[in-house]
Ligand binder design. Structure first.
Ligand code: ADP
Length: 457
């Protein structure tokens, strides 16, 4: 790595997170360059980078997911570090290895740590060893013998859930309510796991009926220091896709969260984790149950930034460059409340994607409002990628002020040319259950079903 000259960060991503990374690099005084696909050629945020280069065609597997193309592009633009953002190659251990082999530094954990935490059975075993509470069920791959499988389910108690060890994106999971379903379900889940993730291993755990999704943000440096930066509640989900997130998680005992947070931070030191990361938990009846670790920056990191005053992307870059965290856990204070609404280019009723050109847009503003978006009038929303085009983050001294500001912001915001889920967010922010706080991960889908029923009545 160049020690004295200005270092270069290559952004191996697109859209709002590419812009977010560009901004962090600017603040740190680093040179920043981007790879883009043909579908993103001319995207306005590229003009803010020092340089950019085409990775390949629109199809992600030919551009943003093409490891050889990304490495070559980063080399051509003289990169020292590569920021993978979220999605795409961000949790791909083979990519992490390729970056290292090419003499560059990935802004993220080492390949072997990424691989270990990417295998849910191994991750669970590591967390149990570190004293992080997990969902009841063995930290082992499911055996093949039907009697052994039945015994494990019996021990856990029905209902149980079968999950792919290599799973992600809410796929490769199956709930089993009674023994007679078990054999078929194990076989099908194994087949799916092989098909989707190239790994037939599955494991079993207790199925929790109405949990909340609560997660802990951590940051760890390469000098043995790891901090937890507070918690988030991301229970407002549809098809396992988060729609609204907030920090902190409402109505949970702060002492319990502090204990879980400290264990997460300690486990980072145990496993040699360096970078930003998130420990995801299900929370039910006053208990936390670890489900997985995300070894990357997450979409919802801004709510944590708003309540801590930190720049998590800048911290990620600092620790990847070998710097020591100058903060200590005792310095960290969270204050107030923040809520994030993910704005997607999609039909607010049918959820069908709505790509196209944004003709006009008016973003919200005012005290406590932050909008992270790569959109401007004339920008294209390509059909080839995720439909999220903006994040509206509202901060307040407390939850009710954050929600009031979010409502006002969503009222004000206008995007024309593509359909968006802004009308859905307006309804959700006004909805009694969500406004009360502490809903389960099923709340949004139940609410949508009820609304549909009323419309059809
Ligand atoms: P993925 O990596 O595919 O997102 P996760 O392990 O994070 O998989 O689980 C995704 C979602 O599946 C969770 O947010 C939750 O809604 C549901 N889920 C996973 N494990 C359980 C469980 N043991 N009980 C109930 N729901 C679960």
């Amino acid at each position: 790595m160049k020690a004295t000259s200005r270092q270069t960060v290559f952004v191996a991503n697109r859209g709002e997170i590419a812009l977010r990374i560009i901004r962090a690099c600017r603040r740190l005084g680093l040179r920043v360059v981007c790879g883009y696909s043909e579908a993103d050629r001319g995207a306005p945020y590229l003009a803010l980078a020092d340089d950019s280069i085409c990775l390949g065609p629109a199809a992600a597997n030919k551009s943003y997911l093409n490891i050889a193309a990304v490495i070559q592009a980063a080399r051509l633009l003289d990169a020292d570090l590569i920021h993978p953002g979220y999605g795409f190659l961000s949790e791909n251990a083979a990519f992490a290895e390729a970056v290292q082999a090419a003499g560059m530094t990935l802004i993220g954990p080492k390949a072997e740590v990424m691989r270990r935490m990417g295998d849910k059975v191994e991750a669970k075993a590591a967390m149990i060893a570190a004293g992080v509470p997990c969902v009841p069920g063995p930290d082992r791959v499911l055996p093949h013998d039907p009697e052994d499988i039945a015994r494990i389910a019996e021990d856990i108690g029905y209902p149980v859930i079968l999950k792919a060890a290599g799973g992600g994106g809410g796929r490769g999971m199956r709930i089993v309510h009674e023994e007679c379903e078990l054999a078929d379900a194990s076989m099908l889940t194994r087949q799916e796991a092989q098909r989707f993730f190239g790994n037939p291993d599955v494991y079993m755990e207790k199925f929790l009926g109405r949990p909340r999704h609560v997660e802990i943000q951590i940051i760890a440096d390469s000098h043995g220091q790891a901090l937890w930066l507070g918690d988030r509640d991301c229970s407002m989900q549809r098809r396992h896709q988060k729609l609204i997130e907030e920090a902190p998680a409402p109505g949970i005992d702060r002492a319990l969260i502090a204990e879980i947070g400290a264990r997460c931070a300690r486990s980072c030191v145990d496993i040699g984790y360096v970078g930003a990361g998130t420990f995801e938990f299900l929370y039910e009846d006053g208990q936390f149950y670890f489900i997985e670790m995300n070894t990357r920056i997450q979409v919802e990191h801004p709510v944590t930034e708003m309540v801590t005053g930190l720049d998590i992307v800048a911290l990620q870059i600092d620790v990847a460059r070998g710097e020591k965290l100058t903060l200590s856990q005792d310095d960290l204070r969270t204050e107030g409340h923040a809520v994030e609404c993910r704005i997607n280019a999609e039909d607010p009723e049918s959820f069908a994607p709505s790509p196209g050109r944004v003709n006009a847009l008016h973003l919200a503003g005012g005290p406590g409002i932050r909008v992270d978006t790569h959109m401007e009038a004339g920008a294209e929303v390509p059909a080839s990628y995720d439909s999220m085009i903006a994040k509206v983050i509202a901060y307040g001294a407390d939850r009710s002020e954050a929600l009031a500001r979010a409502r006002a912001a969503l009222e004000e915001m206008r995007i024309e040319g593509v359909k968006t889920n802004i009308p859905l967010h307006r309804e959700l922010l006004a909805e009694d259950g969500f406004a009360a706080g502490g809903v389960s991960i099923h709340h949004l889908e139940h609410w949508l079903k009820t609304r549909e029923g009323q419309e059809n009545a």
